[in-house]
Ligand binder design. Structure first.
Ligand SMILES: Cc1ncc(COP(=O)(O)O)c(C=O)c1O
Length: 341
């Protein structure tokens, strides 16, 4: 489905920025296109320094990867080990589970409460062999968050050699108060690892750039396991310039917030069971798999692409990214012609 000619489709299936790439990043990519016969830096140090300056942290606490997926790959593959385990949500970003399966990592699935990661449940599955806990915050596909207090509660209860990863791929979209100030928490808890990406609000998914903020020893370990040249030169250049595109980020987040509320109300009004979201997508639940599949097929016939969430852990739900106002009006028009149940 993702590879077909998408020109006539409204693509609400991969939580991309519907406004396109950051204009500043695009301009930089075009300007540097003539350099692509050269190798990039073996490890993207210039971008690490830029991120460190931007966030007012040390470059030694920043690790840049070819998307967050590369950082997750390195962690899950190398940081758990035989006889140990990792904990993730039972409905969450599919890559955690898939990587664990590939590398034979024992995975414990924590039950979400009200579609939200539940610290008590995580702790009930935790033991001295738990080396990694990964929390997508906001969670994909449910769009829910854990608060700073909940995160602190978790960090206070686990051993310092258990890494607690908060995957903040969508953090720029959060508008709720109480969201963790993870950068300052990381200074207090050396085992806290923050993962972020340029794929979402910056609109650079196709260039594959993500970054991790962690203690120096964790960063050094991640660099050790990273193959050279995985982050390409245009990706680095684009990210360096995207960081300065403050207006684009503000515009994207404002549009998303407005459209998220609008779509939530519209879906609710039509009787859909939709989870309030702090991200750039909605999680919509159906009574049966058949209803969900019918909804997906109907959307497809109206040229709207959504994402079924079976691989994420729920086969009766669908995830709908928030589009532009025009996309969303077309989606609503399609909804008007769909009868489920
Ligand atoms: C929670 C979460 N983490 C990470 C990623 C992947 O990020 P990247 O494109 O940087 O590999 C996604 C993509 O959908 C995601 O939803």
């Amino acid at each position: 489905m993702e590879n077909r000619n998408l020109e006539n489709f409204i693509k609400l299936s991969q939580n991309e920025n519907p406004l396109g790439p950051s204009p500043k990043a695009m301009e930089a990519v075009l300007k540097h296109a003539h350099t692509i016969h050269r190798y990039p830096e073996p490890h993207p140090h210039s971008l690490e320094v830029k991120i460190a300056d931007w966030l007012n942290i040390e470059p030694g606490n920043v690790f840049v990867s070819a998307g967050l997926v590369e950082a997750l790959d390195i962690m899950i593959r190398n940081f758990v080990g035989q006889g140990n385990n990792m904990i993730i949500g039972d409905i969450t970003f599919v890559a955690y589970r898939l990587l664990a399966e590939v590398f034979n990592v024992e995975t414990r699935f924590s039950k979400l409460t009200d579609y939200q990661m539940d610290v008590h449940d995580i702790l009930s599955r935790y033991d001295e062999n738990t080396k990694l806990i990964i929390i997508a915050n906001p969670n994909n596909p449910t769009g829910t968050t854990i608060s700073e207090n909940e995160l602190i509660q978790l960090l206070e209860h686990v051993s310092s050699d258990t890494l607690v990863v908060v995957d903040e791929a969508y953090w720029e979209y959060v508008s709720q108060s109480g969201f963790p100030g993870s950068l300052s928490l990381q200074k207090r808890y050396q085992n806290l690892v923050i993962m972020r990406t340029f794929s979402k609000i910056y609109g650079l998914a196709g260039l594959r750039v993500g970054y991790t903020i962690a203690s120096q020893s964790v960063v050094e370990k991640m660099e050790y396991y990273q193959a050279p040249f995985t982050v390409n030169c245009l990706g680095s250049i684009a990210a360096i310039h995207a960081i300065d595109d403050v207006e684009f980020v503000a515009k994207s987040s404002e549009m998303n917030k407005k459209e998220r509320q609008f779509m939530f109300n519209e879906l609710k009004q039509r009787g859909y069971n939709v989870v309030p979201s702090q991200s750039n997508f909605h999680f919509v639940l159906f009574d049966t798999v058949e209803d969900r599949d019918l909804f997906d097929t109907e959307l497809c016939t109206h040229n709207v692409l959504a994402r079924k969430t079976d691989l994420f852990g729920d086969s009766k739900a669908i995830r709908l990214s928030i589009g532009t106002p025009e996309d969303n009006l077309k989606l609503i028009e399609s909804l008007g012609q769909i009868k489920i149940g």
